[in-house]
Design a protein. Structure first.
Length: 264
């Protein structure tokens, strides 16, 4: 798995950039949209949940609550968005690139990696917007933000494994694309995006940990919002499990790719 990614690193880099630029091809502002979109969404979430619904995150000061809830919500949305973008697009990656399967010798295993690279880019831009917002609201950014890449790395590895599995299944089961779109929406509300895990009953909290996004969202908020060090032991365990998922996904993809041409 690692050898394949390393051998095709230049191809992945070029296709990832094409993926990023191609999304805004033909638009007047181009890549500027990747910055404006999260700014707009952060403003909308702040207004709807803090002004309209008057949602609070357990703090007494009203003004602080508005800004705090906005940053907490947006941090969770970024993590979920990274996961959801890959999961929603993966089932159609092979189906939409039939020429790569039938007419040329192409490393098909790089397609989910390219899609993940595009998702990482847009998540990074959203994180930049969030950091600017935190600096404006609080007047400072916690130094623990430097640990954020380490917090997100296990999720990226898990996404890669899931992407390989879904890309393969999408060739044989076309309904997978509809299913993943529904599940990603359900997962948004079953993840601690709009609420902290601590607000749930103790009997429910342990089930929340089965959600692959729960731990990462909570740890991202620890280093971004609260200024705490991440749970190193938990990250180590998550990373180990993530590597197993990625290897299993790669193994499944390589085993099933022989039948792609026959089905397509």
């Amino acid at each position: 798995m690692a050898g394949s990614l390393w051998r095709h690193r230049e191809l992945i880099a070029r296709m990832t950039w094409r993926e990023i630029v191609g999304r805004y091809k033909g638009s007047a502002m181009g890549l500027l949209w990747s910055f404006l979109n999260p700014v707009l969404m952060l403003s909308v979430y702040t207004f709807v949940f803090s002004v309209v619904f008057k949602t609070r995150w357990g703090t007494g000061d009203v003004e602080q609550s508005k800004t705090l809830f906005a940053t907490l919500l947006f941090s969770g949305m970024i993590v979920h968005g990274l996961f959801a973008e890959l999961v929603n697009r993966a089932p159609l990656l092979i189906v939409n690139n039939v020429n790569y399967v039938k007419k040329v010798v192409f490393p098909l295993e790089t397609l989910p990696v390219v899609t993940l690279g595009g998702a990482i880019f847009h998540s990074a831009v959203s994180l930049l917007v969030l950091l600017i917002a935190i600096a404006i609201f609080n007047g400072f950014v916690h130094w623990t933000v430097c640990f954020l890449p380490l917090v997100l790395l296990p999720l990226v590895i898990v996404c890669l494994g899931i992407g390989w599995i879904l890309a393969s299944l999408g060739v044989f089961l076309r309904d997978i694309g509809q299913t993943t779109a529904l599940l990603s929406t359900v997962l948004l509300f079953l993840s601690p995006v709009f609420y902290p895990v601590a607000s749930l009953p103790a009997s429910v909290q342990k089930w929340m940990l089965l959600n692959p996004l729960t731990f990462i969202i909570e740890q991202a908020r620890e280093v971004l919002i609260w200024g705490h060090l991440p749970n190193w032991l938990g990250l180590a365990g998550y990373t180990l499990g993530a590597v197993v998922v990625a290897w299993a996904g790669f193994f499944w993809f390589q085993k099933t790719r022989k039948g792609f041409a026959d089905v397509l």
